[in-house]
Design a protein around this ligand. Structure first.
Ligand SMILES: Cc1ncc(C[n+]2csc(CCOP(=O)(O)OP(=O)(O)O)c2C)c(N)n1
Length: 515
C-alpha cells in the first residue's frame, strides 16, 4: 500500500469522512487512493477558499474535522483567508497541502514555495511529512492536533513521494485529551465575585451558547443579579423556541460601550476580553469600563458547561426562573424591502431545526430580536472578520447535516469572494437557500469612512465602496452554476420566494433588491 492510501485509510479510520478538495498533479495519488478506500466523501471546490470555509462549516456542525486537499503554496494561499476564520473560531481542520517530491524541491520548479512558512500564522500545528513510511502516522497526528480542545487548523504538507512510495498502512490516531475541567479556585473566585452584589456580567461563547450552557447561565444570572451576554461573534449558537435567548455585545463601538457601561465585573466563560473590531481615532480599543475587573471562569479549551454547572451548584442556583423562548414568530412583513422587514419575515420563515449562516454584514446586523422566537435553529457567524465565509460555511454545514435546511443570509459584496460555492452546492445537491442581500455596495465601509474620520471624501473614494456599473445579477450567476433562483423587489415576493426556496430540495437563491 502506498503512502497516499495509508493516509486516506488513516483519515477514514480516524473519523475524517469528508475531504473538500481542489487538487493538482502533486495530489494525484491521494485522489487515486480515494477510489480504493470506502468511507471518504470527496467534494470538489472550484476555489480553495470554498474548500477551507466549507471545512470550517462542516466541523462546526459535525463536531469533527473534515480534511481539505490543496495544491502546493498557491493553493494554500487561495485558501488562507477562510483558514484564518476557521482558526479564529477554533474549528478543527485537517488541512492537507500537496508539495513537490522531496528530491524535486531543490530545482525551484514553478510551483515551489515555502509552504510551512505560509501555513504557520493560520495553523496551530504544521508538519511536513518526510517520507511515505511516516505519512500515515503524521496524518493521525494531524487529526489529534486538529481535535485537541478547543480545536485548531492542523496543516499537513505532503511531498509527492510520500504519496507514491511504499507506505506502512493506516496508523491509529493517538488519544485526544478531553476538555479539561476548571479548577476549584476558578469556581470559588467567580462565586465570590458574583456574590459581591457589584454589577457583573457573564460573557459567554463556545459551548456555553448551546441549550444547556444558556440555561445554566440564566439560572446563575437570576440567582445573583448578574447579566449574561454572548460575544459579538460566535462559532455556533443555539437559538429560537425552547432555548434561552441571549443578546450579543453590539458591533458598533459606541453601542458596545453603552451596553458595558457600569459593569464592575466581567466573568469570562470561554470568552475573551471584549475589544473593538478596529481602532478608531478618539475611541477606546477596550470596550469594558476602565475599572471593570475580569474573572476567568473557563478558558476556551476548558469545559465551560461543566464549569457553569458547578458554579450553579456552588451558588445554589437551582431554579430556572427565565422561561426558554416560546414559538411565537412575528407575522411576515409586507410592503417595501428593508432590513427590519427582512428580519421580521425571517423570524416567521426560519424552518424548524434550520442552520442559519449569517454573513448579512450591515443589513443583517439587527436580525437577532425578530428571530428570537422563531423555530429552534442554529446560528453560525464569522469569527475572523475575513469576508467571503458565508457561502462556503453554508456548503460545509449542509454536507455535515443532510437532514437540516440551511439558510444562508448573504451580503452581496461578501458573496463575490467565494461565489463558486454555488457550483459545489448544485453538484452535491445541498439543501441551501441563499438569501442574497443586494445593496450594490460595500455599505458597511461607507459608515467606516466617517468613523475613521476621513475628510474630503470624493468620487474616487466612493467608487471603491460601490458595486454598480455594472450591476451584478446574482440570479444569472446562480443559474450559470446550476442553482435556480429568483429576484424579489417587495416583501410579499420575498416571503413567497424564500418559502419556495426552503420547500425546494437542493440549492436555491433569492436575490433581494435593497435600495
Ligand atoms: C478578505 C477581506 N477583504 C476585505 C475586507 C474589508 N471589508 C469589510 S466589510 C466589506 C464590504 C462588505 O460588503 P457587503 O458584503 O456587500 O456587505 P454590506 O456592507 O453591503 O452590508 C469589506 C470589503 C474584509 N473584511 N475581508
Amino acid at each position: 500500500m502506498n503512502g497516499a492510501e495509508s493516509l486516506v485509510r488513516t483519515l477514514v479510520n480516524g473519523g475524517v469522512n469528508v475531504c473538500f478538495s481542489n487538487p493538482g498533479t502533486s495530489e494525484m495519488h491521494f485522489v487515486a487512493a480515494l477510489d480504493r478506500v470506502e468511507g471518504m466523501r470527496c467534494v470538489l471546490a472550484l476555489f480553495e477558499g470554498v474548500a477551507t470555509g466549507a471545512a470550517d462549516g462542516y466541523a462546526r456542525m459535525a463536531e469533527k474535522p473534515a480534511a481539505t486537499l490543496l495544491h502546493l503554496g498557491p493553493g494554500l494561499a487561495n485558501g488562507l483567508a477562510n483558514l484564518h476564520n476557521a482558526s479564529k473560531a477554533s474549528t478543527p481542520v485537517v488541512n492537507i497541502v500537496g508539495d513537490h517530491a522531496t528530491y524535486h524541491r531543490q530545482y525551484d520548479a514553478p510551483l515551489t514555495s515555502d509552504i510551512e512558512t505560509a501555513a504557520q500564522p493560520f495553523s496551530g500545528w504544521v508538519r511536513t511529512s518526510p517520507d511515505a513510511t511516516r505519512v500515515a502516522e503524521d496524518g493521525a497526528a494531524a487529526i489529534a492536533a486538529a481535535t485537541t480542545p478547543p480545536g485548531q487548523v492542523a496543516t499537513l504538507i505532503l511531498p509527492g513521494d510520500t504519496a507514491w512510495d511504499e507506505g506502512t498502512g493506516p496508523a491509529v490516531v493517538p488519544a485526544i485529551p478531553q476538555r479539561a475541567r476548571v479548577s476549584e479556585d476558578a469556581i470559588r473566585e467567580t462565586a465570590r465575585v458574583l456574590r459581591s452584589g457589584e454589577p457583573a456580567m457573564l460573557l459567554l461563547t463556545g459551548l456555553a451558547l448551546r441549550e444547556k450552557g444558556l440555561a445554566l447561565a440564566a439560572r446563575i444570572a437570576a440567582k445573583t443579579g448578574a447579566k449574561f451576554m454572548a460575544q459579538t461573534f460566535n462559532r455556533r449558537m443555539e437559538r429560537g423556541a425552547g432555548r434561552i435567548s441571549v443578546e450579543r455585545i453590539p458591533y458598533p463601538v459606541e453601542q458596545a460601550l453603552g451596553v458595558l457601561a457600569g459593569t464592575k465585573h466581567i466573568v469570562l466563560v470561554g470568552s475573551r476580553v471584549p475589544v473593538a473590531f478596529f481602532a478608531y481615532p478618539d475611541k477606546p480599543s477596550k470596550l469594558a469600563p476602565e475599572d471593570c475587573r475580569f474573572t476567568t471562569l473557563s478558558r476556551a479549551e476548558e469545559d465551560s458547561v461543566h464549569a457553569l454547572e458547578w458554579l450553579a451548584d456552588e451558588l445554589g442556583a437551582t431554579a430556572q426562573p427565565i422561561e426558554p423562548g416560546k414559538f411565537a414568530p412575528p407575522a411576515r412583513a409586507s410592503g417595501p424591502i428593508n432590513a427590519q422587514a427582512i428580519a421580521q419575515s425571517l423570524g416567521a420563515l426560519i424552518p424548524e431545526n434550520a442552520i442559519v449562516v449569517d454573513e448579512g454584514v450591515s443589513t443583517g446586523r439587527g436580525f437577532f430580536p425578530a428571530t428570537r422566537n422563531a423555530h429552534p435553529h442554529t446560528w453560525l457567524q464569522n469569527m475572523g472578520g475575513s469576508i467571503g465565509i458565508g457561502m462556503p460555511l453554508a456548503t460545509g454545514a449542509a454536507v455535515a447535516c443532510p437532514g437540516r435546511k440551511v439558510l444562508n443570509i448573504q451580503a452581496d459584496g461578501s458573496a463575490m469572494y467565494t461565489i463558486q460555492s454555488l457550483w459545489t452546492q448544485a453538484r452535491e445537491n445541498l439543501d441551501i437557500t441563499t438569501v442574497l442581500l443586494n445593496n450594490r455596495s460595500y455599505a458597511i465601509l461607507r459608515h467606516e469612512l466617517t468613523n475613521v474620520g476621513a475628510q474630503n471624501v470624493g468620487r474616487k473614494a466612493l467608487d471603491m465602496l460601490d458595486l454598480s456599473r455594472p450591476d451584478l445579477d446574482f440570479v444569472m450567476l446562480a443559474r450559470g452554476m446550476g442553482v435556480p433562483g429568483e429576484r424579489v423587489t417587495t416583501m410579499d415576493e420575498f416571503n413567497a420566494a424564500v418559502a419556495r426556496g426552503l420547500a425546494t430540495p437542493g440549492p436555491y437563491l433569492v436575490e433581494v433588491m435593497l435600495v
